[in-house]
Design a protein around this ligand. Structure first.
Ligand code: ADP
Length: 453
């Protein structure tokens, strides 16, 4: 049985895991860089170990230091959170070799899904619908042109090792393809050390809809509905909501069944997210994330299920604490990612938070590790926190979000809070009339209005 969990992460997600540990009676170990000596996760865990200097490569990504921290503290399991080492198959392998439980799927499954070309082939094999595209890797411009002509433009050139929207280039016409191909390849090489790319049909007006799954080692796989993450800037999610307004119960049950059958087919373990683009009533698989996601609280809000607790239980070899029939989606939830960034230019704004006052009240959840007087270090991501609201229906949820945003006070750094006020005032958003490109258009028209005015 797991008795002490080391959390190989920082910020709000480290805190999220510490909270689950505390409620389960499991001891927690925080690790940190010298830049995070006074961070909240360090203070709240039962023990803490400094891994090294500020740059992530020397601390949060330093596998030997993390293994040493496990040995020093006697931690018998590691929770990787999201980002950092959470989808690093080698890390999962090394932990296993040291007899330490990795709270996540097997290293083989991480490896498989980390290679998007292999993942897509596996998805097809498991009966999951995918975006039409090249049959695996595309080696040169000539082959890219052949695929593009067969499929019809526009097409998207994507990195096999891609993540965070990097190494992805659109070719609107044949004339753009050579450049898109070469840039995607060199970006992929620089970002991931792997220049393999593939080609997909570029969908013009899809939604991003992802299905949350949870699986145990006893053959049970359950889906917990979807999250609509269509509101994106530069392929990064900004606001997520569940349920999606475009799915009804029958469509949800149908895709849920496809996905849970697939998870059983590959004997997947732990939580995971199957990401789809959704257009004209059809689902198209784009990738699978083999970890807990930033936006998991949206699902927790509408299901009442603690996903981190389930991750730990599954890692312990226990049976999931629910079956598919137990899952009831209740009400509507939205999550805003509040970043320390300028609300119009999105330039990062690290520095000291002078005042911090978080909203509260019924249906409001804040996942954040900042406080008044906390200095946001410049070395990591700019997430200040996540505001999650839950209410009986979408209309009430928007009103609740509006009032929660009005209560939120953060001074000292620029934040993206004003962006969410503007979004809530927008009629398309209010009607949920958006696709994955909508937010970029909205931001652009706001910027133009500002210059004109
Ligand atoms: P990453 O791993 O870099 O996040 P994904 O494959 O998950 O890459 O895609 C990220 C986002 O890029 C999607 O949510 C969507 O907005 C856009 N995208 C990906 N594939 C396509 C496609 N075939 N057509 C249109 N947009 C796409």
């Amino acid at each position: 049985m797991i008795s002490k969990i080391l959390i190989a992460n920082r910020g709000e997600i480290a805190l999220r895991v510490i909270r689950a540990c505390r409620e389960m009676g499991i001891a927690s170990v925080a690790v940190h860089s010298t830049a995070d000596n006074h961070a909240m996760h360090v203070g709240l865990a039962d023990e803490s170990v400094c891994l090294g200097p500020a740059p992530a490569a020397n601390s949060y990504l330093n596998i030997p230091s993390i293994i040493a921290a496990c040995e020093i503290t006697g931690a018998d399991a590691v929770h990787p959170g999201y980002g950092f080492l959470s989808e690093n198959a080698k890390f999962a392998d090394i932990l296993e070799a040291h007899g330490i439980t990795f709270i996540g799927p097997t290293a083989d499954h991480i490896r498989l899904m980390g290679d998007k070309i292999a993942a897509k082939a596996k998805a097809i094999e498991l009966g999951i619908p995918v975006v039409p595209g090249s049959d695996g890797e595309v080696k040169d411009v000539a082959e890219a042109l052949k695929v593009g002509r067969e499929m019809g433009f526009p097409v998207l050139v994507k990195a096999a090792s891609g993540g965070g929207g990097r190494g992805m280039k659109i070719a609107k016409t044949e004339d753009d393809l050579a450049e898109a191909f070469t840039t995607a390849r060199s970006e992929a090489k620089a970002a991931f050390g792997d220049d393999a790319v593939y080609i997909e049909k570029y969908l013009e007006k899809p939604r991003h809809i992802e299905i949350q799954v949870a699986c145990d080692t006893h053959g049970n796989a359950v889906h917990l509905g979807e999250r609509d993450c269509s509101l994106q800037r530069r392929h990064q999610k900004v606001l997520e909501e569940a349920p999606s307004t475009v799915l009804d119960d029958a469509a949800r049950a149908k895709i849920g069944k496809i996905v849970t059958n697939a998870m059983q087919g590959m004997s997947y373990r732990g939580v995971g997210t199957i990401e789809f683009l959704y257009e004209k009533g059809e689902f198209y698989f784009i990738e699978m994330n083999t970890r807990l996601q930033v936006e998991h609280p949206v699902t927790e809000a509408i299901t009442g299920i603690d996903l981190v607790r389930e991750q730990i239980r599954v890692a312990n070899g226990e049976v999931l604490s629910f079956t598919q029939d137990d899952i009831v989606l209740s009400g509507h939830a939205m999550e805003c990612r509040i970043n320390a960034e300028h609300p119009e230019t999105f330039v990062p704004s690290p520095g000291k938070i002078q005042t911090y006052h978080a909203p509260g009240g019924l249906g409001v959840r804040i996942d954040s590790a900042v406080f008044s007087g906390y200095a946001i270090p410049p070395y990591y991501d700019s997430l200040i926190g996540k505001l999650i609201v839950h209410a009986a229906d979408r209309e009430t949820c928007m009103r609740r979000l509006d009032r929660a945003l009005r209560e939120f006070a953060i001074d000292g750094v620029e934040t993206t809070l004003p962006l969410f006020h503007r979004l809530l005032a927008n009629e398309d958003f209010q009607k949920a009339d958006y696709d994955i490109h909508w937010l970029e258009g909205f931001l652009q028209s706001e910027a133009e209005k500002k210059t004109a005015g």
